[in-house]
Design a protein around this ligand. Sequence first.
Ligand code: CMP
Length: 149
Amino acid sequence: MIERTFVMIKPDGVGRGLVGECIRRFERRGLKLIGLKMQRLTESKAALHYKEHAGKAFYDALIAFITSGPTVQMVWEGNDAIKQVREMNGATNCLEAAVGTIRGDFGLSHQKNLIHASDGPETAVREIALYFDESELVDYELLCPEWLQ
Ligand code: CMP
């Protein structure tokens, strides 16, 4: 089923020059980039994004980290996109992420794990709407989309 998912490259991913590497992986997999922007998150935006983690032991450090530098927001579209992007990112804790995933190839931290992606369809709708107006999502055809169905 064709799905949309929200992906954010975190300040460590931007600061380490891994934006292109992440985009390259998703593009080569066959996913379609339909939304893209860059911003440094305010504390209030970060609190909205991570509201389900409020009160957890790592929450304050997470908000400090995610607001510490620029981030890149993206919407990717494709067959089973939510699950496939999660698998390409790897386990939340980079120390447990499989080699071959973005976190397993480039990270060594639990908190500084380079990239975020929606964990399910409702989250994807909520997170996309948090960062993008529908008018900012671009409709176009990839070359030969029939190879990716
Ligand atoms: P993310 O997928 O963006 O969702 C919540 C984030 O909180 C997670 O990636 C990590 O950056 C961070 N996080 C989750 N659990 C922990 C933890 N136990 N210790 C430190 N950071 C965590």
